[in-house]
Design a protein around this ligand. Sequence first.
Ligand code: HEM
Length: 208
Amino acid sequence: MPNHFQGWNLVRNSAIAIFSLCSLILIFHGVNEQSMRIVIRLTARTSCILFLLAFSASSFRRLKPHKLTQWLLRNRRYLGLSIAVSHGFHAIAIIGAVMLSTGEIPTDNHGGNLGYFFIIAMTLTSFSYPASFLGDRGWKILHTVGMYYLWLAFIVSFSKGLAKSMVIYLPFVSLLIIALILRLIVPLLKRATFKKSSIARSFDFKDR
Ligand code: HEM
């Protein structure tokens, strides 16, 4: 995988790509509430794509050890940081929409606010000094609960769009469901295969 898609370069390049897309929307659509809403939807989708990659990295790696899945797992932290950047733009666009709107933007989005709490906490604790305050167990709990909470926030928001457009929202909803199934099933499959092969090995051993 080229160097632009590794480590901090991945975060920088995702930020540049998302910023450029948002700027194009504002240039061509003007700075108004409608463009802010488009930016909100765009950044929700870029965050979701990055989220899907980070969320499924370990399942893909376990399912198929390959250069690409190895890249995914190695860069999971940077994909997470890119989600934070993308959702930073989501937040800026929400503020922009509130400032430019006639007062219809729902700002009491408590589910979404909790999502931001997790994104900020997970971003901070992806650095070793803040992570040391949590300890290994605390870190694992925060990052596991945070990932599943974000999964929930994405699927709830995208499911609401299904009635508006199946073409746009069904792929997101389906990919989120597939990612969850993979995450839950792959460790069980691997455990079952490991058990089977160790039973086979033990019979092998007894036959000799
Ligand atoms: C981690 C937290 C959050 C996640 C994962 C999230 C995700 C999403 C998703 C998936 C959509 C639908 C995009 C689409 O229609 O394609 C969306 C839209 C939206 N979000 Fe967020 N969001 C979060 C936090 C928030 C917060 C805190 C607010 C407001 C205070 C907010 C305000 C909105 C608004 C107003 C829209 C609709 C824009 C429109 O269609 O005009 N979001 N968000």
